[in-house]
Design a protein around this ligand. Structure first.
Ligand SMILES: [Zn+2]
Length: 54
C-alpha cells in the first residue's frame, strides 16, 4: 500500500470514517500529533483493544 500523503511505501494502514488509508512512518506521526484529541486516535485505540481481547 502507498502512503495517502506521499509516494512512499506505507508503513501502517489505519481506518478513518470507514476508509482504510496507508501512511508512511513520517506522515503517521504527523497525523498522530495533529489529531491527538480526535477520532483518528480513538479509532486506532479501538483497533488495539480488539487485538488485545482476541
Ligand atoms: Zn507519507
Amino acid at each position: 500500500m502507498q502512503c495517502h500523503y506521499c509516494d512512499r511505501e506505507a508503513e501502517v494502514a489505519v481506518e478513518k470514517d470507514a476508509l482504510k488509508v496507508g501512511l508512511c512512518e513520517e506522515h503517521f506521526r504527523d497525523r498522530m500529533s495533529e489529531l491527538a484529541d480526535g477520532d483518528f486516535v480513538e479509532g486506532v485505540e479501538q483497533d488495539l483493544d480488539i487485538d488485545r481481547e482476541s
